[in-house]
Design a protein around this ligand. Structure first.
Ligand code: AMP
Ligand code: FES
Ligand code: ZN
Length: 340
């Protein structure tokens, strides 16, 4: 098969675009596609100070390289989650550092063990490890970028990730999540602007880009995501894509086109600053602080509270539980803000 652009031998055949490209033409084509995505969704402007959340995986490392090649000022942020299994976090950090050196850009590193004194596997995971991990990552991508004067945080979510999330949100009719699913979330009080410049690029396209540009990345899946439903949804979407090329892209991009009309007038939850970290939240204390900063309430207190019938006993228990937790948290937070 020949390259559609120059007639040389094609190395990539993209059925969903009905396009074949050679080694020379492929990378400029993908870079242009990212540039067009940035323009089309008004993700950020030329002068924006960008923080790329890099995981050591192919998408975020390639994104960092593409943005740099396109002439953007982009630094990296790696969150060391302390996942020990086969040195997952350590190896991911090494790949991220290698890219920082190659691009001659700064890589900031936050180490959970040093900021909150715990690693991801050590945190209570009632909602599942991946869910807690996502929460922690979102927290730092937001607060860290704000505290260090960045204009926007970008992540390497690709089309396969977004289509799988969309499928999950539709299957469960998660209207709140659907309303927020977008290539870009604007900056607002307490939240940095967040953008996903790879939303129109498939996993396969990113993989080819990494191969052609000699990008080394962590190839293992995170040990905690082995049974994640998102992997199952991706497989289903790939089967559909195999039969109907372009279905994945249409599924996502048509949703983005119509969603504004669907959610017009949709009532958003009222948010107030978290009492500990100030990030806007629906309750008094945000989910991050509840899990990572606040120690769990003593079990016996909870049992006794529900049994207690007399006023004074109840008041005493509540005071030694919740109130003392809040003031302790403030101290922990102050000490945990530093860049590592
Ligand atoms: P995931 O949640 O693993 O699917 O990753 C989605 C995106 O989140 C990646 O493309 C990165 O941009 C970002 N990300 C994931 N893990 C980390 C991490 N440990 N540190 C910084 N950014 C991350
Ligand atoms: Fe967070 Fe896997 S990367 S649990
Ligand atoms: Zn908080």
């Amino acid at each position: 098969m020949k390259c559609r652009r120059c007639g040389a031998r094609a190395v990539a055949h993209l059925r969903h675009h009905n396009l074949a490209l050679c080694e020379e033409c492929y990378s400029p084509w993908l870079q242009r596609r990212v540039r067009e995505t940035i323009k089309r969704f008004h993700l950020f402007d030329r002068k924006a100070k960008i923080l790329v959340a890099v995981s050591g995986g192919k998408d975020s490392l390639a994104l960092w390289m593409i943005l740099t090649k396109l002439g953007y000022e982009a630094d990296g942020l790696y969150i060391d989650l302390g996942i020990d299994t086969e040195k997952y976090s350590q190896r991911s950090l090494q790949y991220s550092r290698a890219m920082a050196e190659r691009l001659e850009r700064t890589l900031h590193v936050i180490t959970l063990q040093e900021t909150i004194g715990k690693t991801i596997p050590e945190l209570p995971a009632a909602r599942g490890t991946c869910s807690v991990c996502g929460l922690v990552k979102r927290h730092y991508m937001n607060t860290w970028a704000i505290e260090h004067g960045y204009d926007v945080t970008v992540t390497g979510h690709n089309l396969d990730d977004e289509a799988a999330t969309l499928l999950s949100n539709v299957l469960n009719w998660q209207l709140g999540y659907l309303e927020r699913q977008a290539p870009c979330l604007d900056e607002r009080e307490g939240f940095i602007r967040k953008a996903k410049p790879l939303v129109l690029c498939t996993e396969k396209e990113m993989l080819i880009y990494c191969m052609l540009n000699n990008i080394e990345y962590i190839q293992d899946e995170c040990p905690y995501s082995v049974n994640a439903t998102s992997i199952f949804y991706k497989e289903i979407l790939n089967r559909i894509e195999h039969e109907i090329p372009g279905a994945k892209l249409r599924f996502y991009s048509e949703f983005i086109k119509v969603k504004h009309g669907i959610f017009k007038g949709f009532r958003k939850e009222r948010l107030t600053p978290c009492k500990i970290c100030k990030t806007p939240t629906t309750g008094e204390i945000c989910a991050f602080c509840k899990i990572c900063i606040a120690p769990p309430k003593p079990q016996h207190s909870i049992r006794e509270t529900s049994r207690a019938s007399s006023g004074p006993v109840r008041a005493k228990i509540e005071k030694s539980g919740r109130n003392s937790i809040s003031s302790k948290n403030m101290e922990i937070k102050t000490g945990s803000k530093k860049e590592v």
